[in-house]
Design a protein around this ligand. Structure first.
Ligand SMILES: [Zn+2]
Ligand SMILES: [Zn+2]
Length: 393
């Protein structure tokens, strides 16, 4: 039996549906890659501003990050609703982030309508650059953007056709190794050359030798991105990129240091010089199971079956960094028809189908109802906080 606030919230989302469809479609039609999401930020933040949210753009020194805040009665908790809106190069919205941004928008706009009846705040956090090792949330977390929140939620369309509450993510990030050598004629004067390509190949082989002695949860994968020269010229520039991942932050950092030594050994052996570019570290997601249960309880009413998490599926998200600061959830909701895998053109096309649009509204309702639970149930908040505290100690 729904109470009147829930009824009101759901009716507000129904009324918002045409606007949400239009915004999702607009972001889909204007795919912008990491840190270039100006159009997505414009439409999302102006919809919030028009609805009475106080908007700050360019937070944490990121031009396409923003925070929009609406306050109810004094006191009460602050619930963070996180939106993503970056696309992938070539593929466009192959991860469905136009839906992620719009789901949080719909939930925030609907909650704003009932907020005068409650104590607390609704905070929409516009988080850019989730893809391509951008880690917008990592920069925002380091700048303290999420510090005042009592909980944070991000709802993602399932990229594997099933509804699960737990995002199984690894802690990881990429490192680029650039080796500089000295070119020379490979036949006439090889002794004058320093072979940067050999430094990369040694690095690659050193890492392969290292693998046997790492924990089984570690993933190291990479590619050689530069190194080609004429076959009879010594390569003076070569580069490789690796992603180094593990299930926890401490072991991942330890492994990264070993991988760096593999590259240093390649440089030492060949005489090439090494420089490196280490991306921000995406921490592993710590799902708050109390809050996830509250979300899952609403799923049945919408005909969604919540399935157990598949621990063999491991990915990476900067929501992990948020989950180390505040209690957080990142449910995957099966709203895109079929079981098409994410990061493909097929998935991108499916995210804009009529079924996906209907699913987006369902996901918006799930997010809004869970946020309402959090705002109105002190006992739920206490349990969420207790679980978070127990995990940190
Ligand atoms: Zn993705
Ligand atoms: Zn994604």
């Amino acid at each position: 039996m729904k109470d009147s606030l829930q009824e009101q919230l759901l009716a507000e989302i129904d009324a918002l549906t045409p606007q949400l469809f239009a915004i999702a479609r607009h972001i889909y039609d204007h795919p912008e890659i990491k840190f270039e999401e100006f159009e997505a930020m414009r439409v999302l933040s102006s919809a919030l501003e028009e609805a009475g949210f106080q908007v700050k753009r360019g937070v944490a020194g990121l031009p396409t990050a923003f925070v929009a805040r609406a306050k109810g009665q004094p006191g009460g908790p602050a619930i963070g609703l996180l939106g993503e809106y970056d696309a992938l190069p070539e593929i466009g919205h192959g991860c469905g982030h136009h839906l992620v941004g719009t789901i949080a928008l719909g939930a925030a706009l609907a909650l704003r309508k009932v907020l005068s009846q409650l104590a607390g705040q609704v905070v929409y956090c516009g988080t850019p650059a989730e893809e391509m090792a951008g880690g917008g949330k990592i920069t925002m977390a380091e700048a303290g953007v999420f510090d005042g929140l009592d909980a944070a939620m991000l709802v993602h369309p399932s990229t594997f056709g099933r509804t699960v509450m737990e995002a199984n993510t690894l802690c990881g990030g990429r490192v680029i190794f650039t080796f500089r050598g000295k070119s020379a004629h490979a036949a006439v004067a090889p002794h004058l050359g320093i072979n940067a390509l050999d430094a990369v190949l040694l690095t690659y082989n050193n890492i392969n030798a290292l693998r046997q002695h790492l924990r089984p949860d570690v993933r190291i994968h990479g590619e050689i991105t530069k190194g080609r020269r004429a076959y009879d010229a010594v390569s003076d520039l070569a580069e490789a990129v690796f992603n180094v991942q593990a299930t926890d932050y401490a072991y991942r950092q330890e492994t990264l240091q070993k991988v760096i030594r593999c590259a240093e050994a390649g440089a030492l052996a060949t005489g090439a010089t090494l420089s490196m570019d280490v991306s921000p570290t995406f921490k592993e997601m710590r799902t708050n199971f109390t809050l996830a249960r509250a979300f899952a309880e609403h799923c049945a009413a919408f005909g969604l079956e919540v399935e157990p998490a598949d621990h063999s599926r491991l990915s990476e998200t900067d929501m992990g960094n948020v989950s180390h600061i505040v209690p957080a959830i990142h449910p995957f909701v099966a709203i895109v028809p079929g079981s098409i895998q994410g990061h493909t053109s097929e998935f991108a096309a499916a995210t804009i189908s009529e079924k996906a649009m209907v699913g987006m509204i369902v996901a918006t309702k799930l997010m809004a109802l869970t946020a309402l639970d959090f705002l109105t149930q002190p006992e739920l908040r206490a349990q969420v906080k207790q679980e978070f505290g127990a995990e940190r100690s």
